[in-house]
Ligand binder design. Structure first.
Ligand code: CP
Ligand code: NVA
Length: 318
């Protein structure tokens, strides 16, 4: 059993909606301070060290956590699985025990979800999931921040996903339950979400629509979301591309959503595959705000994991 009282950030399913709302609001408040120019003076994580383990490539997650911990007053240590003894067979529990003696928090990107959770089980400092094959919760915190900035509160609204049912979609489904919004999902039958995830969401009261037809999914939606057709760790590239071609987000599909709907993508995008240039660069696209918001959302997660509450962030003057 994991060390009691340690605030990990592993999956949205581990939290109540109210807890996640607080983490999100901390991120928003930190962003507001930064916009006002107060970020330099407010350093609640002064002297804290974050170990970042990347077993897979990253641009946004790496840079946002690196800049984020520095802006909060702490420092990052960048590690890759291959350079660590982890790559030579040191166990996850021992790695967790050792790192916990040196650092204040650990962020890990690793495809093996069980390994990520095992790290948290044996760590006595907070562990943050920076993407596994199964989920990408930090991404969805940034996505929720972005949606609410552009469209207002997400509760009761509808988002549509078209394409592959991957880790990013899973965290969106988790969020639908925790934040109380509707999610419509269009995928090919062979690349549909796992039945147990959908059952969990429905049991949690979420309104989930599953379809093969992207036009049905985007009808009435306030956001159209997609992601790459081939995720890290996927093979059968050609097979996926052929199956997913009808799920491309293009102007015709955008026009079938609500007026004012936003286009979202966690990036990196494969222009011409899952999304056209016209949509990526068009007026409804919020993808670069979404990328920036990784920074603000990650700062919210870091602050929360290390014991900083919303009241702390909003109570202190700039
Ligand atoms: N969206 C996202 O996680 O991007 P990176 O792979 O660049 O971190
Ligand atoms: N679904 C993608 C997200 C990359 C940020 C992947 O897992 O590769």
């Amino acid at each position: 059993a994991s060390v009691e009282g340690v605030r990990h950030f592993l999956d949205l399913t581990d939290f109540t909606g109210a807890q996640l709302r607080e983490v999100l609001e901390i991120g928003k408040a930190l962003k507001a301070r930064r916009v006002r120019g107060g970020a330099q003076k407010y350093r609640p994580l002064d002297g804290k060290v974050l170990a970042m383990i990347f077993d897979k490539p990253s641009t946004r997650t790496r840079v946002s956590f690196d800049v984020g911990i520095r802006e909060l007053g702490g420092e990052p240590i960048m590690l890759t699985g291959a350079e660590m003894q982890l790559g030579r067979g040191e166990s996850i529990p021992d790695t967790a025990r050792v790192l916990s003696r040196f650092v204040d928090a650990i962020m890990i990107r690793i495809l093996d979800h069980t390994a990520m959770r095992e790290l948290a089980e044996y760590a006595s400092v907070p562990v943050i999931n920076g993407l596994t094959k199964q989920s990408h919760p930090c991404q969805i915190m940034a996505d929720l921040l972005t949606f609410e900035e552009h469209c207002g509160p997400i509760t009761g609204r509808t988002v549509a996903w078209t394409g592959d049912a991957n880790n990013v979609l899973t965290s969106w489904i988790h969020a639908a339950v925790k934040f109380g919004f509707n999610i419509s999902i269009a995928t090919p039958a062979a690349l549909a979400p796992r039945a147990d995830i959908i059952e969990w969401a429905k049991a949690g009261g979420a309104n989930v629509l599953l379809t093969r037809d992207p036009f049905e999914a985007v009808h009435g939606a306030d956001a159209i979301i997609t992601d790459c057709w081939v995720s890290m760790g996927d093979d059968d590239e050609r097979y996926r591309q052929n199956l997913l071609r009808p799920y491309q987000v293009n102007q015709k599909l955008m026009s079938a959503a609500n007026k004012g709907a936003v286009f979202m993508h966690c990036l990196p995008a494969h222009r011409g595959e899952e999304v056209t240039d016209e949509v990526m660069d068009g007026p409804q696209s919020v993808v670069f705000d979404e990328a920036e918001n990784r920074l603000h959302a990650q700062k919210g997660v870091l602050a929360w994991c290390l014991g900083v509450g919303l009241a702390d962030v909003t109570a202190t003057a700039d």
